[in-house]
Design a protein around this ligand. Structure first.
Ligand code: GDP
Ligand code: GDP
Length: 437
């Protein structure tokens, strides 16, 4: 469940984002990018030799009003706090710099595994100079070239050799993992505190791995088990970088990764902001169950259509989340908060529905009967067979004569038919066209 985290550290211009993009690659998403989220590439999933991991470019987490050396220190600290393995990136062009000499001892002292990479080693002659980087005391320097894609294999071999042996989340199948996501001050920690109210038993806050220690587990009166992911990140801690937007986004992305269901919190008092869209869009793309929570509803002066109007606005701003239930709550008055565990559980169930192929194919046939398949340049889409291949999110493969013919609009039509027939509230569903062979 939990993947190892790798962070790239290094001063500006050594090539961090170039390497980040190289390692992440152009991984083709099976989901259409309907959310239109322009992703700040500071966090992404990557894979090497079948080993999956999360990659962080700490260079993307900037603190504008701090001097450069302090920023680099902060970034190194983030890597030390968040990562299982750190790639320290330097550049052969400039050789060992003062900034490198600031960062290297910090990383060394942290005890975290560090792999030292020397970038911009574009040709064999320059590779020889990488030996001078032994002076940083971080072991063997790996010469690489981000722009030419050289040496990355050896570097990644060294990175995965340092992965910790066991990173399993110690939650059993029955524990529903959810996170609470939203901008600062929307009321995340108030919501968490209210959910984990007096009448609930906190199972454990500390046992197990360090990762679990940041979560809060609780059991409802009727015995259902939940874990709120990264409550430590929600409750304030007081490190310098924690107040930066990028860091809080990063933290949210990591929490989403480990969740079954994500509560996307909006502040009714302030309305919807750009930053909301970024993290909510990521939860959508990650295929998680999603519930939109409009908090601080007590602050809104209500007239006849206030709730309906607000709901329309949310739907308009988050078109790609049309499947997500919206709930209006107040963490202060506790209004409707008691409904959350039930809704979370329901969405989790909907994520895990398995539909029999026979039923599915009947639905598709009926759909085609009411709305004939599209044609393109005289060629008509033929649907042969549909089958569900996975849950969380429910994913369907449709075998067709030519996948190109299954246009977005027809796919959307089929999705709507599925949604009208089965209860997929709160979960994205993926429909993939495959050529029948
Ligand atoms: P960052 O600030 O550390 O994220 O660095 P960037 O990835 O933005 O790269 C800074 C500059 O170095 C860009 O102009 C890149 O094109 C260039 N660069 C990155 N990797 C290499 C490399 O392997 N060789 C050379 N010659 N240039 C590189
Ligand atoms: P977080 O930064 O998202 O964790 O937000 P907090 O839970 O710390 O809440 C930020 C502020 O909003 C605090 O002053 C809370 O008391 C207040 N707040 C949270 N929920 C509500 C609510 O439902 N109604 C009102 N009126 N204030 C709230």
């Amino acid at each position: 469940m939990t993947k190892p985290v790798v962070a790239i550290v290094g001063r500006p211009n050594v090539g961090k984002s170039t390497i980040f993009n190289r390692i992440v690659g152009e991984r083709i998403s099976i989901v259409e990018d309907v959310s239109g989220v322009t992703r700040d590439r500071i966090y992404a999933e990557a894979e090497w030799l079948g080993k999956e991991f999360s990659l962080i470019d700490t260079g993307g987490i900037t603190m504008e009003d701090e001097p450069l050396n302090q920023q680099i220190r902060n970034q190194a600290q983030i890597a030390i706090d968040e990562a299982d393995v750190i790639i320290m990136l330097t550049s052969i062009r400039e050789g060992v710099t003062d900034a490198d000499e600031v960062v290297a001892p910090m990383l060394y002292r942290s005890g975290k595994p560090v792999v030292l990479a020397v970038n911009k080693a574009d040709n064999p002659e320059s590779r020889a100079y990488s030996y001078e980087f032994y002076s940083l005391g971080l072991g063997e320097p790996y010469p690489i070239s981000g722009s030419h894609g050289l040496g990355l294999g050896d570097l990644l071999d060294a990175v995965i050799a340092n992965f910790p042996a066991d990173l399993e989340d110690d939650y059993d199948e029955d524990t529903i993992r959810f996170s609470v996501i939203g901008r600062p001050n929307v009321g995340k920690s108030s919501i968490v505190n209210a959910i984990v109210g007096e009448d609930r038993v906190i199972v454990s806050d500390i046992e197990g791995t360090t990762r679990e220690a940041v979560d809060t587990r609780f059991v409802t009166d009727d015995g259902r088990e939940f874990a709120i992911i990264d409550t430590a990140g929600i409750r304030k801690k007081g490190k310098v970088y924690e107040n930066t937007e990028k860091y809080s986004v990063l933290r949210a992305l990591r929490a989403i990764e480990r969740s079954n269901v994500v509560l996307c919190v909006i502040n009714a008092e302030e309305g919807i902001r750009e930053q909301d869209k970024k993290v909510f869009g990521y939860a959508h793309e990650a295929g998680k169950g999603i519930i939109i929570v409009v908090n601080k509803w007590d602050t809104v002066e209500k007239e006849t259509n206030t709730l309906r109007d607000f709901e329309l606005e949310v739907r308009e701003e988050f078109r790609y989340l049309s499947y997500a239930p919206i709930i209006f709550v107040s963490a202060t008055t506790k209004k409707r908060l008691d409904k959350l565990p039930d809704i979370i559980e329901q969405v989790h169930n909907n994520q895990n529905i398995r539909i029999q192929s026979s039923i599915l194919n009947d639905v598709v046939m009926d759909a085609v009967a009411t709305n004939p398949t599209p044609t393109d340049k005289g060629k008509r889409l033929k649907i042969f067979y549909t089958t569900q291949v996975s849950v969380s999110p429910p994913t369907f493969i449709i075998f067709v004569n030519d996948p190109e013919l299954l246009h977005f609009s027809y796919k959307r039509f089929l999705e709507n038919r599925f949604r009208a027939t089965f209860n997929f509230e709160g979960t994205p569903i993926h429909i993939i066209a495959r050529r029948r062979t």
